[in-house]
Ligand binder design. Sequence first.
Ligand code: ATP
Length: 331
Amino acid sequence: MTDPAALSAVRFRGVSRHFGATRAVDGVDLDIAPGAFFAMLGPSGSGKTTCLRLIAGFEQPDAGSIEIFGAPMTGVPPYRRSVNTVFQDYALFPHMTVGANVAYGPMVRGVPRAEREARARELLALVALSGFEDRRPAQLSGGQRQRVALARALINEPKVLLLDEPLGALDLKLREQMQVELKSLQRRLGITFVFVTHDQSEALSMADRIAVFNEGRIVQVGAPDEVYERPQTRFVADFVGGSNVVEPDAAERLGLPRGLYSLRPEKIRLGEIGFAGTVETTLYQGAQRRVVVAVGSDRLAVVAPAERGPLPVGSAVRLFVPPGAAHRMEG
Ligand code: ATP
């Protein structure tokens, strides 16, 4: 029989890390499956980076236990863990060439020069940077530096790759391109990737599982569509995708059984039937418009396709909430 504990790439049980009065990480249980592309998503200060540093071994828990592939990590220093980190600022050595940066880990381990240089070339090919061996980091674009940092981490053949806001320093277009590249690289390698982000769209598009953090705790874990479609709390509904949170009184006015609901703006239809409302604000977003509609004393955000027309402030509209569009939440 396989020990089920051995099945998690990373396992936290009751892990806490406090800094003075700040409960940075507060009693976290976590299971990350081998081969997962796992996102830690949450607002600034919610404890994501501290969790990543706990996995890497740069921080020690005050309470609880951490295992990596079934091995207890208590007292295991960072360099003895089968984990590598790609930092947000990449932390490349500026005075070294790209090739030397990538070959750094094997060099420290005493791998002979010819072998480590060959290996560095393979890794640079993997991240589409063949021929860049002799450049210095300063001679690269942000996206290229990011790929060098990836190659430098992957050359150590970690079982778990930790990425702290890996795309934070890149502009939007490059970010989107690197999202696709990172995802396909992870699929090809089959290594467990754990990445920290405060960008919900990045977590939704890249991860196969997302843990949502708030105030040092994980408030929900699930596949992207689960977290988006079925938020359990108002915090998750609002933080992931900016949903309408419908309070119990408003639910009754919308014809729903009394309760707390998440109602996604794109699920509401603007048309000929439904509740009469008035456009309060309108935000053009290219493919769509995001409008806030006042229905009596309630306010609902609605997404309308751009071809629906300009929807000026003050115009009268009707809102239809299709059956099943609202998702009932716990609290
Ligand atoms: P961000 O997205 O801004 O990086 P985060 O979710 O990663 O935020 P953490 O960096 O884990 O959050 O920080 C969680 C809390 O712990 C914050 O209140 C932070 O100020 C505090 N904290 C983190 N590291 C330390 C430290 N070394 N000393 C004191 N407080 C710390």
